[in-house]
Design a protein around this ligand. Structure first.
Ligand code: SF4
Ligand code: SF4
Length: 67
């Protein structure tokens, strides 16, 4: 059964706008604007793989998965 993802939260105060999460998200959920600020653009596409949370060097991303 697919997991249900409630939220992908980015702490903008901690994010260094490196773009790693945008580059590695397999579902293109995350989008950076031209200043590099990352937004959760397509949460409905998120598979809950946790790649973004695990790869973020600043630990700025939290993915909440419903049980
Ligand atoms: S990987 Fe982390 S620090 Fe880099 S852009 Fe994404 S949220 Fe920001
Ligand atoms: S959990 Fe996976 S699919 Fe969801 S935003 Fe992060 S990298 Fe993308």
């Amino acid at each position: 059964m697919p997991v249900k993802v409630c939220a992908v939260t980015i702490d903008q105060a901690v994010c260094k706008q490196c773009g790693i999460c945008v580059a590695f998200c397999p579902k293109d959920v995350l989008v950076a604007d031209k200043e590099g600020q990352v937004e959760v653009a397509y949460l409905e596409e998120c598979s809950g793989c946790l790649m973004c949370e695990l790869l973020c060097p600043e630990l700025a991303i939290n993915v909440d998965i419903a049980e």
